[in-house]
Design a protein around this ligand. Structure first.
Ligand SMILES: [Zn+2]
Length: 301
């Protein structure tokens, strides 16, 4: 049976307070070491549920041969908790850099260079703006970057822009949410705002009904405040977007001033989506894996 590489010693286990938040807001009890996120077999009518202790996965980087791996159930649990706390969706927790196929090699090289130079970037607050069309792998790259930083012991947070705007709007009514917002969004070592420009122009009102907000003022003010604070504190932010920074659409929505704020502390990485489509290649690979009954483990790199 093959083995996964050992878990990095710099991964922090969650504090009691973090675990409490994860359990309350992110379904942090969904898996346990005894109900393994990777090798658990669900109960059927005639068999009890159990951890199988192994899983089938590719034997080689080229993904030609399937092999049986020993499942490090506790390590998988630790990784799942750490990445979930950082806001990384489970399907992205199971991806590694070698899964970036069919996309822009130039862009991935630049992102990997940022990861290699993390010490300098994290100290000086240099983030990234990943810009490209849907399907170019922006979310893939930003989640993989977060995982690399979590593995090095940094406190990180991945948040879709629509969720961020909603929390920002609600935080002035609810002191508990406000504390969460302040600490996770403003103070986290590395923040990813995913899919900027896709945020809704409506937020939930007191009675739970959606109320239309001034469609330009809300995202603009929220982002302005967050980015100014983080740049002032030299904390890097990664933004993924398909609205071109500097374009009329961007300036109308976020103001040219915000662009100056963003470009001052970020390097802009354009993804060339016409070089290939990450999503369609990826779907093809997933289908092959389902046919071979492959379960991807949670991976750091
Ligand atoms: Zn397991």
């Amino acid at each position: 049976m093959l083995k996964l590489p050992p878990l990095s010693a710099s991964i922090d286990t969650l504090t009691d307070e973090q675990a409490g938040w994860l359990d309350r807001y992110r379904d942090g009890r969904r898996f346990t070491p005894d109900r393994c996120v990777t090798c658990h077999v669900e109960r059927t009518a005639d068999a009890p549920a159990y951890n199988r202790g192994s899983f089938n996965w590719w034997a080689d980087d080229e993904h030609t041969e399937v092999a049986e791996y020993e499942c490090p159930c506790i390590d998988q649990y630790v990784l799942w908790r750490a990445f979930s706390w950082a806001g990384v969706p489970l399907s992205y927790q199971r991806l590694s850099w070698s899964d970036y196929i069919g996309g822009d090699e130039n862009a991935v090289e630049k992102v990997l260079r940022w990861v290699e130079d993390y010490d300098y970037n994290m100290k000086t607050g240099i983030g990234m703006i990943l810009h490209g069309n849907s399907g170019s792998g922006k979310t893939f790259m930003s989640t993989l970057t977060i995982k690399s930083m979590v593995a090095r012991g940094f406190n990180c947070f991945f948040v879709p822009s629509h969720e961020l705007i909603n929390v920002y709007m609600n935080s002035w009514r609810d002191p508990v949410v406000r504390e969460w917002f302040e600490r996770r969004v403003r103070e986290t070592d590395l923040l990813v705002i995913d899919d900027l420009g896709k945020e809704s122009n409506q937020v939930a009102g007191k009675d739970g009904k959606a109320v239309a907000m001034d469609s330009f003022q809300v995202p603009k003010r929220a982002l302005d405040s967050i980015l100014r604070y983080r740049i002032g504190e030299a904390r890097p932010t990664i933004i993924t977007t398909n609205t071109v920074p500097g374009s009329d659409a961007f300036d109308q929505k976020y103001s040219p001033e915000l662009e100056v704020v963003m470009s001052g502390a970020n390097s802009i990485i354009n993804m060339e989506t016409d070089l290939g489509n990450f999503h369609s290649e990826h779907r093809f690979r997933k289908e092959r894996e389902n046919l071979s009954r492959i379960i991807r483990p949670i991976l750091v790199y």
